[in-house]
Design a protein around this ligand. Structure first.
Ligand SMILES: *[C@@H]1O[C@H](CO)[C@@H](O)[C@H](O)[C@H]1NC(C)=O
Ligand SMILES: *[C@@H]1O[C@H](CO)[C@@H](O)[C@H](O)[C@H]1NC(C)=O
Ligand SMILES: *[C@@H]1O[C@H](CO)[C@@H](O)[C@H](O)[C@H]1NC(C)=O
Ligand SMILES: *[C@@H]1O[C@H](CO)[C@@H](O)[C@H](O)[C@H]1NC(C)=O
Length: 358
């Protein structure tokens, strides 16, 4: 069965490009579908929800693009400096970080700024929202890692890092996170907030993506993409993805396999088929596109790409309850199960309380 999805890339040339991908067991194809030229400087960040693609730029604005109508949907003007990172939480919220040190939480219904937090003394370099929606992590040029309680917008705790980290990511289960500093991936445990292990890449890391809770795809300033097992603290599989350095890596699951998406400095985007099994084998190429642009960032848009917490509130709440139970053991972090700021407003059924047996 063919699925609908689009590859979205941002470029130095101020343009956002969309490629419609037709998926088929026999052959995948990718065709240029839209060009969005709303910025006046290079694109620095990109994120996609079920309905919208948001782009951040050095021109200090965040532009909204409606994927359903294929039209521009306005701009978010709040940051005073380049936009450095963007991340959706389900379909209800967007978080943005900037050169101005601000972390902003936006509601996607009216696109209002719900919270504006002075997160770092320098720039915010990366952000990541916990799968429960209750915590966010940010790293910045002030060489700190900060945890934000999204219920009250306050700092939960601060950790000093030896250098500026440029990437932070929660694992899909939210029990750990990775902080990338130059060529190192440091793995942190949620409960203790301390480093449990480090994986060193041969080159500076440009992008990482969790393929499952223990497997991380790592791309850096070379043409190789490495798949690293966090428990084993080593890369178990690597393959030459491009002819020049890889700028961005993303992934999503199809029925029974993982699709890796890579973008390189020479403007190519490639999609790869990877079977997530015990003995990992290098992925096979599904399709490639030459964008002829100098790419900066990448996202995959799928109309059905709702994040698990938004799609399955039951699962999410039980997970965060578990998390809360876990967290209540420590003094550092406590999570209240009854208050959720980043609640998905688009799913009213979540608010109905029903006892389902047992
Ligand atoms: C882009 O994709 C839409 C469907 O989402 C299609 O209707 C439209 O014709 C495509 N546009 C171009 C220029 O290919
Ligand atoms: C993740 O994928 C790897 C490699 O395919 C597999 O060995 C591992 O069991 C998976 N881990 C989880 C937590 O699903
Ligand atoms: C991509 O296309 C451009 C022309 O549009 C060409 O100059 C370039 O060599 C191509 N890149 C690759 C890697 O094929
Ligand atoms: C966040 O703040 C709320 C309200 O002040 C508090 O009840 C909750 O325990 C805090 N959560 C964390 C994770 O610290």
């Amino acid at each position: 069965m063919a699925a609908v999805l689009e590859l979205i890339v941002g470029s130095y040339e101020q343009v956002v490009l969309g490629y419609r991908v037709a998926t088929d067991d026999e052959e995948w194809t990718a065709e240029a579908n839209f060009t969005h030229h709303a910025h006046t400087a290079s694109i620095s960040a990109l994120a996609a929800s079920e309905r919208f693609v948001v782009t951040g730029s050095k021109d200090e604005t965040i532009q909204l693009y409606d994927m359903k109508k294929k039209t521009e949907h306005g701009a978010l003007l709040h940051h005073d400096g380049s936009i450095t990172c963007l991340e959706f939480y389900g379909t209800s919220h967007l978080l943005s970080g900037g050169e101005d040190g601000l972390l902003c939480v936006w509601g996607t219904k009216k696109w209002d700024c719900l919270k504006s937090i002075h997160a770092h003394k320098g720039q915010v370099t990366s952000l990541s929202v916990h799968p429960s929606g209750k915590l966010a992590l940010t790293v910045g040029t002030d060489k700190t890692l900060r945890t934000w309680n999204l219920t009250n917008g306050r700092s939960a705790f601060i950790k000093n890092i030896k250098q500026t980290a440029h990437i932070v990511r929660w694992s899909p289960d939210g029990d750990k996170y990775v902080v990338v500093v130059d060529d190192e991936v440091n793995i942190y445990d949620l409960e203790t907030a301390s480093v449990t292990g480090t994986i060193t890449n041969p080159k500076r890391i440009s992008s990482v993506k969790f393929l499952n809770n223990s497997l991380l795809a790592v791309a850096g300033d070379d043409e190789i993409v490495r798949l690293c097992e966090l428990e084993k603290l080593k890369c178990v599989c690597e393959f030459k993805a491009h002819e020049t350095r890889v700028k961005a890596v993303d992934s999503f699951m199809m029925e029974d396999y993982c699709v890796l998406v890579t973008a390189s400095n020479d403007g190519l985007i490639k999609m790869w088929k990877l079977h997530l099994k015990e003995e990992l084998e290098p992925p096979t190429l599904l399709v490639e596109v030459n964008t002829s642009a100098r790419l900066t960032c990448l996202a995959v848009w799928k109309p059905s790409s709702v994040q698990p917490p938004a799609e399955e509130p039951a699962t999410a709440s039980s997970t965060s309850e578990e998390l809360a139970r876990e967290l209540s053991k420590t003094k550092r972090v406590r999570i209240a199960t009854e208050v959720v700021v980043l609640e998905d407003e688009s799913k009213p059924r979540k608010k109905k309380k029903k006892d389902v047996g047992k």
